[in-house]
Design a binder for this molecule. Structure first.
Ligand code: NAP
Ligand code: MG
Length: 475
């Protein structure tokens, strides 16, 4: 392997400001909550101070969203709403470099990913849903489907801008107004999206963005003025929300955790599978709800595949997220780093065999070297719990039936992968795997036209595609 010269993006492109304010009723305003400091996880430096919402601010935002819904947005013809949504999509594309650099600074993900995946896919979500705004009568959900009203939305830190787009675009297209709370560690790109919303001249109150910690999220989802709750985050908090909303008549969708099986059969093209496995677990440092965190490999090719995997993973470059050559960036927070470390220790204690990439790590910042556990058994914590980091657990199987049984042996059910030359086997497996998304001979592909969502403890409801519209319409 040859060495690459560093090729960092300039952080000036991010137009980073020393402070950011929340966005309510079309204005940037100071929140009455305790301001938070958002950190660059690759350097541990404070990037900016961000004002947060108090209980009264949540109330004000929900009231603004209600007014906007009743007076303007809810009754606007779909073709008119579409113009605004297209405008947001175009402005995001115009500011793509700025958004990508800002996302990498605030989140720690490699610029290659924020530039090539997060930002273009976020813009694509607005484009796609803008197209639906005047065609809702043809979505198969009745001749004249109506919006729900005010949507309260809470998102996690792993895809800050993309999750905001997944939430806001369908809500607006269906005629709802929104109040969204970004994650505490990654509020910045959602606030630039608010700037875009303002510049696109959306009527005040249609979109409101409230930074803050979990208490702001809890306040928002339980507010009596919210008609629909959409939450993406941990299964633990999802259950809490579902419990608190029980019997209150609010429509709810939950996109929660996962522990996906990536299943490799002995007839699979192994070199191609290696690329898919690496992408499946090391993309976004493994901070991906649908990450292929459990590799199930047919016993006869296990040794060969693991050897190829180690060789490939050894070439991954870990470090500066702004460097265009970086493959694996920083872990988003110290808390997450601690969680990953403790689960890896549990894996060692339970007797799995640990292999760690020999790559050098930066001295500063939150980094974790790509790690592979082999000899993993189903009862181990590293086979059952979501690690949400760059750690792969390898299990083996002998027959297709055993592969299905092991793949489905999880409380989750968000995604799965199948690697085989046989089309019939792909269809047979896809039919039996209890997962919302099944990829065949690829992994981690996202497209606004394809519905995404889970079974069991991965949540319910779909985002994206025609199915995703249902969550924002009164059907
Ligand atoms: P989390 O702790 O559940 O946080 C998610 C969001 O909820 C954050 O904005 C958080 O605020 C907020 N929150 C915390 N407590 C709350 C409460 N009681 N009521 C309302 N909101 C509350 O999850 P995370 O650790 O940030 O994110 C990782 C998890 O998200 C993983 O389990 C992952 O699998 C899941 N995820 C799922 C999908 C999917 O589509 N299925 C996509 C991405 C991630 P703070 O930021 O202040 O804590
Ligand atoms: Mg941050």
């Amino acid at each position: 392997m040859w060495e690459y010269a560093p090729a960092p993006e300039s952080r000036d492109i991010a137009n980073l400001k020393p402070s950011y304010r929340m966005f309510v009723d079309g204005e940037f305003v100071e929140g009455a909550g305790e301001p938070l400091k958002t950190v660059n996880p690759a350097t541990e430096e404070v990037l900016a101070e961000v004002s947060t919402a108090s209980k009264d601010d949540v109330d004000r935002a929900v009231r603004a969203a209600r007014r906007a819904y009743e007076r303007v947005w809810g009754r606007m013809p779909g073709a008119e709403r579409a113009k605004y949504i297209y405008r947001i999509a175009r402005m995001m594309a115009e500011r793509a470099r700025e958004l990508a650099v800002l996302e990498s600074l605030d989140n720690g993900k490699p610029i290659r990913e924020s530039r090539d995946v997060d930002v273009p896919t976020a813009s694509a979500h607005f484009f796609y849903h803008a197209g639906w705004a005047d065609k809702l009568a043809y979505a198969g959900l009745g001749p004249d489907p109506k919006p729900l009203g005010v949507a309260g939305q809470v998102i996690p830190w792993n895809f800050p801008l993309l999750m905001a787009a997944w939430k806001i675009a369908p809500a607006l297209a269906c005629g709802n107004t929104v109040v969204l709370k970004p994650a505490e560690t990654t509020p910045l790109t959602a606030l630039v999206l608010a700037e875009i919303v303002q510049q696109a001249e959306l009527p005040p109150g249609v979109v409101n963005i409230l930074p803050g910690a979990g208490d702001v999220g809890a306040e928002l989802v339980s507010h009596a003025g919210v008609d629909k709750v959409a939450f993406t985050g941990s299964t633990e908090v999802g259950k809490l929300i579902q419990r608190s909303l029980a019997g209150r008549g609010k429509k709810l969708t939950l996109e929660l955790g996962g522990k996906a099986a990536n299943v490799v059969f002995d007839d699979a093209p192994l070199d191609q599978a290696v690329e898919g496995i690496v992408n499946g677990i090391f993309f976004n440092q493994g901070h991906v709800c649908c990450a292929g965190s459990r590799l199930l490999v047919q016993e006869s090719v296990a040794d060969e595949l693991i050897e190829k995997l180690h060789a490939r993973i050894s070439t991954l470059r870990i470090g500066d997220p702004l460097d265009k050559n970086t493959d694996v960036g920083a872990i988003n927070s110290r808390e997450q780093l601690t969680r990953i470390t403790s689960l890896v220790e549990a894996g060692e204690q339970e007797g799995a065999e640990k292999w760690v990439s020999p790559c050098p790590l930066p001295d500063k910042g939150f980094f974790f070297a790509p790690t592979v556990f082999s000899g993993v058994s189903q009862a181990m914590r590293i086979a059952r719990e979501e690690i949400f980091g760059p750690v792969l657990s390898v299990l083996t199987f002998r027959t297709p039936d055993e592969a299905v049984a092991k793949a489905n042996n999880t409380p989750y059910g968000l995604s799965a992968g199948i690697w085989t030359e046989k089309g019939s086997r792909i269809l047979w497996m896809a039919d039996k795997l209890r997962a919302g998304v099944v990829w065949a001979n690829t992994f981690n592909r996202f497209d606004p036209t394809a519905p995404f969502g889970g079974y069991q403890e991965s949540g319910f409801g779909r985002e994206g595609g025609r199915a995703g519209l249902e969550a924002y319409l009164d059907v």
